[in-house]
Design a protein around this ligand. Sequence first.
Ligand code: SAH
Length: 223
Amino acid sequence: MSAVNKVKLRGIGMTSQRTRERLIQRLIEQGIENMAVLDVIRTTPRHMFLDEAMAHRAYEDTSLPIGHQQTLSQPYIVARMTELLLAGGPLKQVLEIGTGSGYQTAVLAQLVESVYSVERIKPLQNKARQRLRQLKLYNIQTKHADGTMGWEEKGPYDGIISTAAPEKIPQELLRQLASGGRLVIPVGGVQQHLQVVTRTQEGFQTEIVEAVRFVPLCSGTVR
Ligand code: SAH
């Protein structure tokens, strides 16, 4: 049994396998088709990414507070964004903007070669890093910084995902996208839409996927 699986099994006392299975069924009903994504969500202990007071709700298909006015995204959205990111084929270098709890990071790390994740709120980054280490996911690097600037040194990326919504897509994220790479990002203010931007030989191609609700992408950092 892998180390990740051992840690996961310890959590089962608190949330039954049946509760998790119900969540997976719900994601399938909502149109998630990528089996690898569904498998990773089935086995990743979402309760470990929440404070104790919220952990009992971990396998509901809902977003949940993680402090600092931020939220852990709804499982459906995590699944959908991951599926969209992977739709172009296997990925090596992936940049994530908005580590938050680290849950989306953990899901990604089990599906791609390397994940680079940027978070602007220091205490969230610290907590996320601890959890990811506990899960023995070692193909992740995190950084405390303003993600609107991307993470130039580690790029270019064949996938970029943002879990916070800008009014307009930051130029740096487009610039750090490799040719053929995909950016999955919620865009807008009060009304937001999930977009997939693909970098082609000629330029950028944008697909609008669906209406979503994310916390705003803010500039600057918080200690
Ligand atoms: N993927 C996270 C979702 C967290 S909510 C999870 O699964 O828990 C979005 C996160 O984006 C918040 O933690 C917020 O602090 C962060 N964020 C917002 N603007 C940012 C920026 N400019 N750079 C980096 N992180 C940012």
